[in-house]
Design a protein around this ligand. Structure first.
Ligand code: DQA
Length: 143
């Protein structure tokens, strides 16, 4: 089964973000980690990244139109993008929100997610393994 993995703004620059928060993996390494775990759990992962809200919305529309499950790290859009929230709501296949860090343990503005309410669940704080845990949850939801 296919899964669309969407990564939001600044995640392609993990190499220069704070490694004490985001760890040591570069974005290409994160993509390989997700693709490998997806294969292990019987999925083919289509991993994408964009800094552009409109692009992320169009990918969510694509998933909604094709009934493809989604794992999404909306990055900073998590905290304020009602447009991404409304697009995520259109996805009727499972949709899981993930974060590398634990936003609830960070600055107050990160404590709000406008996406969580339309996700099946949220996984954060486990670094790249947040995505692996999401794949395991997705497997349970789809089998
Ligand atoms: C993040 C957490 C967000 O608050 C932040 O804006 C990000 C990454 C994470 O994966 O921990 O860019 O989504």
């Amino acid at each position: 089964m296919k899964v669309l993995v969407i990564n939001g703004p600044n995640l392609a620059r993990l190499d220069i973000r704070d490694s004490s928060i985001y760890g040591d993996m570069s974005y290409p390494q994160l993509v390989a980690h997700i693709e490998g775990a997806a294969k292990t759990h019987g999925f083919t992962a289509d991993v994408r990244q964009s800094d552009d809200e409109a692009m992320i919305i169009s990918w969510l529309h694509e998933a909604a139109d094709s009934s493809i499950p989604v794992i999404i790290n909306p990055a900073a859009f998590t905290h304020y993008s009602y447009a991404i929230r409304d697009a995520a709501e259109l996805v009727k296949a499972p949709l899981i929100e993930v974060h590398l860090s634990n936003p609830l343990a960070r600055e107050e503005f990160r404590h709000t997610s406008v996406i969580s309410g339309v996700a099946n669940g949220t996984i954060g704080g486990f670094g790249p393994n947040s995505y692996v845990l999401a794949l395991i949850a997705l497997k349970a939801l789809t089998s």
